[in-house]
Design a protein around this ligand. Structure first.
Ligand code: NAD
Length: 360
């Protein structure tokens, strides 16, 4: 087992990463002082795979457990679903000290985190991420949110869990597409801050795909460590955290223009490639580094081609994005693998050129 501590003064907490950890949840919760009742929020797939056994583990540890199920899908990140969960919590007489456990992928993590942040002005949150995207990225950093219509993550808060347990054994039931999707943000963490980790990913990709325990443990924990390091320095996303947006300015535009048919990690992969090419056209990132990125993205099984979307529409979507400052589109661009810089000096025509002339 590996442990990453996210240092935020009195809000510091541990992220535990290892195989089989989910069945230690009861004991770990007792260790940090919980003993009474608790609530698990999950979705039907994860409930069947892990929720019922987790519930039994917690009951055996002496907890009174309410297990709540939310249907799958991004559309569940809504105030309506949050309202239904508040209602269930009230009926269960959940108190300010009653922990809520988010068992699932990023959707469950973001929604449950939002509910935990707002119910009775905040109750303890425990993250139990079960997708690679959630373990390597979304469960770390305290961003919790629901969508507002088509506007993603518009209503939210910064709210950190008391404990995160990433059981890498749960990754074994993911489909190959889900696994690849989660790898995009992990590659991004290497690309922006850690060339050595990026090389490790290149060298161990086959073992990651075959779900080698030791390699997965190292990959998830290093990814968590890199993100935690950034969050510690910029908890409220006022500066440094911008570097985590590498691949996301164009990625978000692709995601929303495709009406979510392209998944988050897939869109970020194409976005990373497009933004690397922008950096290359600006004379900053070496062509060999662009090719290195393209190669790892392709080997993971993530898309390297732009989906058939109109470049103008994508630029329009970028202009609606939250990374716009005083009318300028903000980018985190790679200087080299392992280093990134922030700029709002990329012209609309260069963005369009890169998108239109994709293969040049
Ligand atoms: N808060 C953040 O900082 C942050 C960062 C990135 C993404 N996100 C959010 O994360 C969400 C996407 O998360 P996701 O990719 O994990 O998708 P998801 O939560 O929708 O999960 C994808 C699917 O995988 C299933 N699943 C989950 N764990 C499984 C397992 N172990 N085995 C088999 N199936 C399993 C789920 O039932 C679901 O159908 C988006 O809403 C995005 O906005 C948040």
């Amino acid at each position: 087992m590996r442990k990453v501590t996210l240092g935020l003064g009195s809000n510091s907490y541990d992220i535990l990463i290892g195989s089989g950890l989910l069945m230690q949840t009861g004991a770990r919760l007792k260790e940090i002082g919980f003993s009474d009742k608790l609530v698990i929020v999950t979705d039907p797939t994860v409930k069947k795979l892990y929720g019922d056994t987790l519930k039994q583990n917690l009951v055996d540890s002496g907890f009174e457990v309410l297990l709540l199920e939310v249907p799958e899908g991004e559309e569940q990140k809504s105030l309506e679903t949050a309202g239904r969960l508040y209602h269930e919590l009230t009926s269960f007489y959940a108190e300010r000290t009653t922990p809520i456990l988010a068992l699932g992928g990023g959707v469950i993590g973001d929604l449950t985190g939002f509910v935990a942040a707002t119910y009775m002005r905040g109750v303890p949150l425990i993250q139990l991420p079960t997708t690679l995207l959630a373990q390597g990225d979304s469960s770390i950093g305290g961003k919790v949110a629901v969508n507002h219509g088509q506007l993603k993550n518009k209503i939210g808060a910064f709210y950190h869990p008391r404990l995160t347990i990433s059981d890498i054994a749960t990754l074994k039931s993911l489909s190959p597409r889900e696994l690849s999707d989660g790898l995009a943000e992990i590659i991004k963490h290497g690309a922006i801050l850690d060339e050595e980790f990026f090389s490790y990913l290149e060298e161990n990709l086959d073992k990651i795909k075959s779900l080698d325990d030791q390699v997965l443990e190292r990959v998830v924990s290093r990814s968590a460590e890199i993100k935690a390091g950034v969050v510690e320095k910029d908890e409220l996303d006022l500066g440094l955290r911008n570097i985590l947006n590498y691949g996301h300015t164009i990625g978000h535009a692709i995601e929303s223009a495709s009406e979510l048919k392209v998944w988050h990690g897939e869109a970020v992969a194409i976005g990373m490639l497009a933004e690397a090419r922008i950096s290359n056209k600006l004379g900053i990132l070496d062509k060999n580094e662009v090719n290195r990125l393209k190669e790892i993205i392709a080997r993971v099984g993530l898309p390297t081609e732009l989906p058939p979307l109109e470049p103008e529409k994508m630029v329009q979507a970028m202009k609606h994005d939250k990374k716009i400052l005083q009318g300028k589109i903000r980018f985190a661009l790679p200087r080299t693998i392992g280093e990134v810089f922030i700029t709002d000096e990329v012209s609309t025509s260069l963005i369009e050129q890169v998108l239109v002339k994709w293969n040049e």
